[in-house]
Design a protein around this ligand. Structure first.
Ligand code: ADP
Ligand code: MG
Length: 734
């Protein structure tokens, strides 16, 4: 039984459509789990084994050691691990946990968990709750069911998980029992990364170390590690679950493979500015409550551009925690949407012709003491430091645009990226008018040194005060400066933010390293520091300024201009994947210890595999739904029309056969397109992952042809015979 009191069976076509409409009308939201006596924020982090909780429970010295591991990156002492495990177990048991799970992020981009009971039999017929430090810091799930991209063929199937001390353990509640979840890395026997967290932590460390060199040059002493921060804005769609269940394409591929454009699209913008529907608000309040309990700081929520589309933005956090929280957020959304009789869609393009969903990755670097290092600051000195970090971003994005592009490439995001209403596949930076002007001056050398009264004022010192929040936001740019951070808008709504963060950290490490080398040498050579900064900024903006673009990223002109500027325009996933293993990519990843060449090749392999899998499933679904759902409905209607023509003729009435031909023509097209798709699907895909992926890509136009004929039919077949919920229904009935 679902929440609407209706069996969740797949009702046949038209019946499902009507049933869904009736149920949406009759919908009673589930009771809201809010206790009016509760103080605001009281539940925040209630299910998290926080530092505060640890401080309460651990001896002072042990607690200090844990904090040092988190803040200074010190190694976790095994004796400390034992002490932590013991209090963590007590806390978890007191919160009703019966099991613990090492949670990790395999290369599929999903979340994996291996659950174990706390209870160990002790031989006298009883059990004892055991949880040693060793168990906390290391687990051994069988790695064979996760893709390894060839890393496994030479090593045994075993994989190891290890606790990420910087990401707190938490309790996941379930009506059937609670589980203590421990965020972990997942590596092979030889320490090669089989997951996303390992390289993220490695890249974080590399970036931090280089950023710290720059800060020291600016005279800072004794500060905590510099980390990257990330605030991921998540866009998603909600559809009524009855429509969802009547859509085999949505169930199995997350997007509609069929569906004509609705008469009313998003042109009115009435959804974006409208109030959040009650039903959705109920869902949002419920999810936020769950997120709060898990210590996830959900902050803003609103409608998005498309009907049925919404957004949530949690407060930014340290990148690895933000990434863990992001995965948890998606799981929570899926679960709670079901409770509210809806399905939450994270596909990048669930509805063709309607706005797609992204995940805007807001990126900055800094620490608690400095805040974001991408804040312009009040004094000229701070401005100069800010400009150095900003220039590092410009250099990184220009030099490694291909890596940023591949960080967001997937079969599903291909329907959004590079398409009309989404950020283009060209990676460029939007700086805003004021900051762009500052860099223009720096490039022209106009802002180099000018003599002020009595004191030497270096160009950077005379730069105008920078606004902390530039008003104009360019929504067409894939990478925009937004006052105290850069917003990377190309990531897809369903993807993990680990990958873009790994790439950003690594390429920033490269830039900061380069800049620190130049500045350290200048200082050693006795050059003035301010002059050296000035010279370096001019050099960087001259060499890498081509990546800065403040215009309309959606215009055709930009495609031409970008080519003239020599910026890569990698339109598809298959165009992008080779970027992972170019000599420059391998060099930069190896240099900063983020990936070795083998790990990169394994990721390349997994990318091809995932691409081929995704497209093949869609192609098979297109064939199946086209042949068994749409074609039969169309033929039924065709028969009805033919019988009508025959009956009229028999009665001696002049029969108009126009309508019959209007239906017969797309039926022939559909039949032909299905045959072509079937033949192509039957062909051998290839011997390597790359060949299989290329074969899969060749199916896409054939699927489009099937869809075109089917969507034409949707416009002519009698509505009571049409089996699939329409765009209109799915998007507007909530
Ligand atoms: P908008 O819709 O205007 O882009 P939102 O409030 O929806 O803004 O989302 C902004 C996101 O950026 C939030 O997740 C926020 O926490 C994050 N953010 C703010 N400051 C920083 C920062 N310094 N570093 C990283 N992320 C940040
Ligand atoms: Mg936003």
């Amino acid at each position: 039984m679902d929440v609407l009191g209706v069996e969740e069976i797949q009702l046949s076509g038209n019946a499902a459509r009507l049933q869904a409409i009736i149920n949406v009308e009759a919908f009673e939201p589930p009771p809201f789990s809010f206790d009016p006596g509760e103080a605001p924020g009281e539940i925040f982090g209630a299910n998290v084994f926080t530092l505060a909780e640890m401080r309460l429970r651990l001896p002072k010295s042990v607690f200090k050691s844990v904090v040092a591991t988190i803040d200074k990156g010190a190694k976790l002492d095994p004796a400390v691990a034992d002490a932590v495990a013991s209090v963590m177990k007590d806390w978890a048991l007191s919160r009703g946990a019966t099991h613990y799970a090492h949670v990790f992020y395999p290369m599929t981009g999903l979340t994996a968990e291996k659950h174990d009971s706390f209870l160990d039999p002790v031989g006298d017929g009883t059990t004892l709750a055991e949880f040693a430090g060793k168990t906390l810091i290391q687990g051994e799930p069988d790695a064979s069911s996760f893709p390894s991209g060839g890393l496994r063929s030479t090593f045994e199937a075993r994989g190891y998980t290890g606790w990420d001390v910087t990401s707190p353990a938490y309790i996941l509640e379930n009506p059937n029992g609670n589980t203590l979840c421990i965020p972990t890395v997942f590596v092979s026997m030889t320490g090669e990364a089989l997951d996303y967290k390992t390289p993220l932590l490695r890249s974080q460390q590399a970036m931090g170390a280089q950023a710290e060199r720059i800060l020291k040059l600016f005279g800072h002493k004794d500060f905590d590690h510099i980390v990257s921060f990330c605030g991921p804005e998540q866009e998603y769609f909600l559809v009524d679950r009855h429509f969802f269940l009547a859509r085999p394409d949505l169930i199995n591929s997350g997007r509609t493979l069929f569906g004509a454009k609705p008469p009313k699209g998003q042109e009115f913008d009435d959804h974006y500015f409208g109030a959040i529907p009650d039903r959705v608000l109920g869902f949002m309040m419920d999810t936020e409550r769950e997120l709060f309990k898990l210590g996830i700081p959900a902050k803003t929520r609103h409608n998005e551009v498309a009907p049925g589309q919404f957004e949530i933005a949690p407060m930014f956090e340290r990148a690895n925690i933000a990434a863990d929280h992001q995965q948890l957020l998606m799981t929570t959304f899926k679960t709670i949407a079901k409770k509210h009789g809806m399905e939450c869609l994270f596909h990048e393009k669930p509805f063709a012709g309607v706005n797609g969903s992204g995940k805007h990755v807001n990126f900055s670097l800094g620490n608690a003491q400095f805040g974001s290092l991408l804040v312009p600051g009040d004094t000229p000195h701070e401005n100069a430091q800010f400009l150095v970090f900003c220039a590092a971003v410009i250099r990184a994005v220009h030099k490694f645009a291909g890596l940023l592009r591949v960080s967001v490439a997937s079969a599903t995001n291909d329907h959004r990226l590079g398409a009309n209403e989404a950020p283009p596949a060209i990676i460029s930076i939007f700086l805003g008018d004021q900051l762009a002007d500052v860099f223009d001056q720096i490039a022209k050398g106009a802002a180099t040194s000018s003599k002020g009264k009595g004191t030497m004022i270096i160009g950077v010192d005379t730069l105008p005060e920078l606004p902390t929040d530039p008003g104009d936001r360019n929504r067409t740019s894939p990478f925009a400066f937004t006052g105290n951070r850069f917003e990377f808008r190309a990531p897809g709504s369903g993807q993990t933010i680990n990958v873009p963060m790994i790439i950003l950290n690594t390429i920033m490490a490269d830039s900061l390293d380069y800049m620190a080398n130049v500045l350290e040498k200048a200082v050693a050579d006795g050059e003035g520091f301010d002059e050296a900064v000035q010279k370096l900024l001019t050099e960087i903006i001259t060499e890498h300024g081509a990546v800065v673009f403040n215009g309309d990223g959606y215009s055709d002109n930009w495609q031409i201009e970008a080519a003239e500027r020599g910026l890569p325009n990698l339109k598809t996933t298959l165009d992008s994947i080779p970027q992972l293993v170019t000599p420059e990519a391998i060099e930069v990843f190896e240099k900063y210890g983020v990936f070795n060449a083998r790990e990169l090749h394994s990721r390349e392999e997994v990318r091809y595999e995932m691409y081929a899998l995704t497209v093949n499933v869609e192609a098979k679904l297109t064939l199946e739904v086209g042949s068994t759902v749409i074609l039969p409905a169309a033929i039924r209607y065709q028969t009805e029309l033919a019988q009508n023509v025959a009956a009229l003729k028999a009665a001696g009435v002049d029969a108009d056969t126009t309508l019959l031909s209007t239906v017969s023509a797309p039926i022939s097209e559909l039949t032909a397109a299905l045959t072509a798709l079937k033949t192509a699907l039957g062909a051998h895909g290839g011997d390597t992952g790359k060949e299989e992926a290329e074969h899969a890509a060749s199916l896409l136009p054939l699927m489009d042809a099937v869809r075109a004929a089917a969507d034409t039919l949707e416009g002519v077949v009698a509505d009571d015979l049409w089996p699939l919920p329409t765009y209109q229904e799915m998007l507007y009935i909530l």
